[in-house]
Design a protein around this ligand. Structure first.
Ligand code: AMP
Length: 482
């Protein structure tokens, strides 16, 4: 399969060739032809699958067609707003998508791409919204602000992309998205990307899409064959730090992304690692956007070897040289585990995802394994083995996935350098059973609810279910606390 056979015009196939892509990825092969034909789409695709190009290339095709259509000519001085609107959960992802649009649209004459995201000053955004605009990439909260002040015109949107819809709903954007959609022309194309299409995401899809085609390429139950996963049990906090320090000093760590559960942990850990002499910085939603951009730039330019980040801030990071993802603090939700590990093993490389867990993390480990339907193989490091028994992971419900992790880590008395079965994995021991032979669960496998069910409470709490409950680490766009 080639990009030409997908039906893309020469100016776009030339751009992907310039980007060094030889052939379309699976999601591009599956999603681009129906998207070019104008269909609404529900796409279940994992991070790192090439999904951005799968919607940006058809979007650029629309821009090219509009350029050639005299009936869509735009008068100077009139504000038309964008032809394509992409809604995405985080600033980082928005910036990433904008970069991709510029890369793939480099041969589209006079292409105008803008981002409107929280946490950055308004004036430049207002100027972009008033000027000629083809593609607008936005986080829902800030776009809604501009809509409510009448500064954003969305009357000529031909295509709406909802990227990472599950995450946007989890972040409480449901009302913002539906209000924004109410301001768009009814006769538009809508494509929706999500890790899963169950529960409240399915309901949103039912309300927003017309006769959608379903594309499933990679789901949360995928085995991530190029990402090796390992679980290290730690006796206590100091043991966990010792495991982390050991891993980070391995020469095989090209760049590491270390996840913490909270902003304060990210800052504290980055300070501690800096004191140890690492080239390290933290990244979280409590930092001003300018600083976040500089940190990401430092990671890309390899001035930084280690980034300590929280979930929201790390979403959208696409740096192929990240060789290791380390879960130092566990995610709040199993879905985040999948997004985290997807930050390594990008662009065809191998990656290693290491989870450091204490006894009280056993519940979340079990939930992650249920969600992915895979075991995370347990590993130990010679000289740093846990002394206590391995926590018991409660058995899963029959039929819901694989058996729980084995009884105990494999201990091996060989010296560290004798364990180098994999050249870039240092002297950590090979983990036990990979558990990669489980059947995949279909992300669309639950039927869309009927109207009565829609009124009933969702099986998994939707955004509304969080109302009234304290949300200590989470707030509206522009001020994510995670
Ligand atoms: P995404 O899933 O959109 O975040 O893309 C993940 C990575 O794959 C990015 O670094 C893209 O530049 C890269 N990529 C996208 N499409 C292709 C392709 N057809 N061939 C090779 N790399 C690609």
């Amino acid at each position: 399969m080639t990009f030409e056979t997908l039906g893309l015009p020469e100016s776009l196939t030339r751009a992907v060739a310039d980007a060094g892509y030889d052939a379309p990825t699976d999601v591009q092969t599956a999603a681009i032809p129906p998207a070019l034909a104008g269909s609404d789409l529900m796409v279940a695709a994992a991070t790192g699958s090439g999904k951005t190009a799968s919607f940006i290339l058809p979007a650029l095709q629309r821009v090219l067609l509009a350029r050639a259509d005299p009936s869509k000519r735009r008068d100077k001085g009139t504000v038309y707003g964008p032809r394509i609107l992409v809604l995405t959960p985080t600033r980082e992802l928005a910036i990433q998508i904008a970069k991709a649009a510029v890369t793939y649209g480099r041969h589209v004459p006079g292409l105008r791409v803008a981002t409107v995201v929280g946490g950055v000053p308004y004036p430049a955004q207002l100027k972009a919204l008033r000027g000629p605009l083809d593609i607008l990439i936005s986080t829902p909260g800030r776009l809604l602000d501009h809509l409510q002040t009448g500064k954003a015109v969305l009357d000529h949107v031909e295509m709406l992309v909802l990227d990472e819809a599950d995450r946007m709903l989890d972040m409480g954007f449901i009302d913002d998205i539906t209000t924004i959609a109410d301001h768009l022309p009814k006769a538009r194309q809508t494509v929706m990307y999500s890790a899963t299409f169950i529960g409240h995401v399915a309901r949103l899809a039912q309300n927003m899409l017309r006769d959608p085609k379903r594309v499933e390429v990679a789901s949360h139950t995928d085995t991530h064959a190029n990402i090796e996963q390992r679980l290290h049990w730690a006796d206590h906090f100091a043991h966990k730090n010792a495991l982390l320090d050991h891993i980070l000093t391995q020469r095989e760590v090209e760049q590491a992304l270390v996840f913490t559960s909270t902003q304060i942990d990210a800052d504290r850990l980055a300070d501690r690692l800096a004191e140890l002499g690492h080239a390290v910085a933290s990244l979280h939603g409590g930092m001003p956007q300018g600083r976040r951009n500089r940190v990401l730039q430092g990671l890309r330019s390899r001035q930084l070897r280690i980034l300590v980040a929280t979930d929201v801030a790390a979403r959208g990071i696409d740096v192929p040289t990240i060789s290791h993802v380390i879960n130092y603090g566990l995610p709040m939700k199993p879905e985040d585990y999948v997004h985290r590990i997807g930050r390594t093993g990008r662009a065809g490389r191998d990656g290693l995802a290491v989870t450091l867990a204490e006894r009280n993390d056993a519940g979340m480990i079990r939930r992650i394994q249920q969600f992915t339907t895979q075991q995370i193989p347990v590993a130990t490091i010679a000289g740093l083995e846990p002394t206590g028994p391995q926590p018991r992971l409660f058995p899963q419900r029959p039929g819901s996935g694989p058996a729980p992790a084995g009884r105990g880590p494999r201990h091996d008395s060989r010296r560290p350098h004798e364990h180098r079965a994999h050249p870039h994995r240092g002297h950590e021991q090979r983990p036990q059973g990979a558990g990669h032979d489980e059947p995949r669960r279909n992300p669309f496998d639950r039927p869309l609810p009927n109207r009565d069910e829609r009124r009933a409470p969702a099986a998994r709490p939707g955004p509304a279910a969080f109302k009234g409950r304290p949300k200590p680490q989470r707030s509206r766009p522009g001020g994510y606390a995670r």
